[in-house]
Design a protein around this ligand. Structure first.
Ligand code: RIB
Ligand code: CA
Length: 313
């Protein structure tokens, strides 16, 4: 795909091991206009530092704009039990002198979308706080975005609670704004991302075939896979959550989607943060607002990921 054919991308993220891989995919397969960071897996200072580290590792000339340090209403919850204290535990990060371009991720998102009407695809792989604030600040961008692809939710299950997935549960009020904004929205929920698991053989493929970037990412996956093993699988493996939100835009033939009406539960004692999909069938369901990824070609997706990471040299 020539450079002009690659989609214009913005990536809002909370690196995070899987966000780091999403950055690598977005930068290689899209024209990545900028990275914006949000508090999520680890506090904002760490997610922002980790985004800068990944730009250094990947050799990217892409601005990083820091965003929201906290959800709209909820108290911030983080996920150091998966990603470690730094948020990118595993490999030794390279020294670098990179700085954030601004602390106004929301303003950057709004300006970039308005400057490229109908062209920008927004990918969000963390809590949706920045995206919601951008929509609240500039409701017009909902009609100017070409696509919005999020990693979040799950039909019908969660990972933090039986009902709620982490990105949605960290900021359900933000997710509610996003899901009600009339966006061209695609959702990579847990029902899809858990169809795309990596394991030790994939890590060995990276080690065998790649240069420093592939080695760095192999160490990320080894740490991340062991964290999931500690959750109970006792196998070094893990779901490639955030990379799927990127591939859904850059490699749409690898996924299938089904339109559903999805709302965000805000008040349930046991269900706050749940993505509630209306599965009652066309005759009775409410009008769809989301394309939900339902299946994917996991083997081909892994091939794209490994080829991408080894292609960085
Ligand atoms: O539930 C998985 C999601 O939460 C992923 O985006 C992961 O990086 C964390 O942000
Ligand atoms: Ca994430």
């Amino acid at each position: 795909m020539g450079a002009a054919d690659r989609p214009l991308l913005l990536l809002d993220c909370d690196p995070g091991h899987d966000d780091a891989l999403a950055i690598a995919l977005a930068a290689r397969h899209g024209r990545l206009l900028g990275i914006t960071t949000v508090a999520g897996n680890v506090p904002l200072e760490r997610t922002t530092a980790n985004a800068l580290v990944m730009c250094e590792v990947l050799g990217l000339d892409v601005p990083v704009h820091a965003g929201s340090p906290a959800p709209l209403v909820a108290e911030l919850r983080t996920a150091e039990f998966i990603h470690g204290a730094s948020g990118l535990e595993g490999p030794t990060p390279p020294a670098h002198a990179r700085q954030v371009a601004s602390n106004d991720a929301v303003g950057f998102i709004v300006e970039t979308v308005r400057a490229n009407p109908g062209e920008v695809c927004l990918i969000a792989t963390g809590p949706l706080t920045n995206v919601a604030l951008a929509l609240r600040t500039a409701p017009d961008i909902a009609q100017q975005l070409r696509a919005v692809s999020i990693m979040g939710g799950g039909i019908p299950w969660g990972n933090v609670t039986p009902a709620a997935e982490f990105n949605i549960l960290v900021d359900p009020e933000a997710a509610d704004i996003v899901f009600r904004a009339g966006l061209p929205l695609t959702m990579a929920g847990l029902n899809a991302t858990h169809q795309w698991m990596f394991d030790e053989t994939d890590i060995e493929r990276l080690r065998a075939g790649g240069g420093p970037v592939a080695q760095f990412c192999a160490e990320l996956l080894e740490y991340y896979g062991n964290a999931y093993a500690r959750l109970g699988s006792n196998r070094l493996e893990g779901p490639l959550h955030d990379p799927l939100a990127v591939l859904a835009l850059t490699h749409p033939a690898l996924v299938t989607t089904t339109p559903y009406h999805v709302v965000i539960e805000l008040t349930g004692t046991h269900t706050r943060g749940m993505t509630v999909a209306d599965l009652r069938g066309v005759a009775r369901a409410a009008p769809p607002n989301v394309e939900v990824i339902t299946t994917l070609h996991a083997g081909a997706a892994t091939g794209v990921l490994v080829e991408t990471l080894t292609s960085y040299g």
